[in-house]
Design a protein. Structure first.
Length: 158
């Protein structure tokens, strides 16, 4: 496969800003997202079957947001449609997540978040919130550089 080369910027020309989008389902996209996620913990330590199943579901159901800088993936957020009852049990470590049909979901679980630079996080979260208005969002955060955190927030949109 030929290597992509970016055209040099002209004088006084700014580099295009990263863009947010939902990726089209394909085996290539599944591999691209998987390779991006496993570059660091905690995803590098996940069992391949569970991680790939989650990514495949998120991409095929459009339950994700990707941030791209040109053709380079620099951020990914993915969620599962769930019920609030399941979300409460999940954050209490009393249930395993399983997606429900979107028409039965009154909440989502934000399950995968990864980015190359902290400055990319807030725009991705804002886009996730825009795509899931008026739903409770459940999350568990497990990062190497900060204490674990779990909880939920009501995503109010007018």
């Amino acid at each position: 496969m030929p290597q992509q080369v970016e055209a040099p910027l002209k004088e006084n020309q700014e580099k295009p800003k990263p863009v947010l989008r939902q990726l089209k389902p394909s085996m290539e996209v599944l591999g691209l997202v998987a390779a991006f996620l496993v570059r660091e913990k905690p995803f590098s330590e996940f069992r391949a079957g569970k991680l790939l199943s989650a990514i495949k579901f998120q991409i095929s159901s459009r339950s994700h947001v990707a941030m791209l800088d040109g053709n380079t993936l620099i951020g990914y957020c993915g969620w599962l449609p769930i019920t609030s009852t399941l979300g409460e049990k999940w954050i209490a470590n009393k249930a395993e997540l399983k997606p429900v049909p979107i028409e039965a979901a009154d909440a989502v679980a934000l399950t995968i978040v990864s980015f190359t630079s902290r400055q990319h996080l807030l725009p991705m979260i804002r886009e996730c919130r825009r795509l899931q208005p008026n739903r409770r969002v459940y999350f568990k955060r497990d990062r190497q550089d900060s204490p674990a955190k779990k909880g939920s927030v009501l995503n109010r949109q007018s």
